[in-house]
Write a protein that binds this ligand. Structure first.
Ligand SMILES: [Zn+2]
Length: 135
């Protein structure tokens, strides 16, 4: 099997997710920001969880954050993710916590609190994923 034959699991598209994934495809990830109280939303939603305003503006994120949790998987669950692979939870500078994968290095005991930046990774089948890189 060629690498390009391995299918990256597609996002389960909720009612409000499409603009976010379009911004990821364009390599300029956006999240909703509340026009009333400036709370950032992740995952996308129909209303602000803080003030219930529906005035949400798709706004580019800084792409900066810090690792708040991580795990390394050693079992093979999905063809697109041969072990070992990792998942990291990153607290975005904007506030929400986003889970994805760390590129370039496996997280370890020293990873908690490390600064990361958003990178866009094109999988073998062409799917673009938002991931994290140290520094
Ligand atoms: Zn709000």
């Amino acid at each position: 099997m060629k690498a390009s034959d391995v299918k990256t699991p597609r996002p389960v598209m909720g009612l409000y997710d499409k603009p976010m994934w379009e911004s990821i495809d364009a390599r300029g990830m956006k999240l909703q920001c509340c026009a009333e109280c400036q709370t950032w939303l992740y995952p996308p939603a129909p209303a602000c969880p803080k003030c219930l305003s529906c005035e949400l503006v798709w706004t580019p994120i800084s792409g900066r954050g810090r690792i708040v949790s991580w795990v390394v998987f050693h079992r093979h669950y999905l063809p697109a993710y041969p072990p070992p692979y990792n998942a990291v939870a990153v607290r975005l500078d904007e506030g929400p916590t986003m889970i994805s994968n760390l590129e370039g290095a496996m997280p370890d005991e020293g990873s908690m609190g490390r600064e990361v930046r958003l990178v866009y990774v094109t999988m073998a089948d062409g799917v673009v994923l938002p991931r994290w890189s140290l520094g």
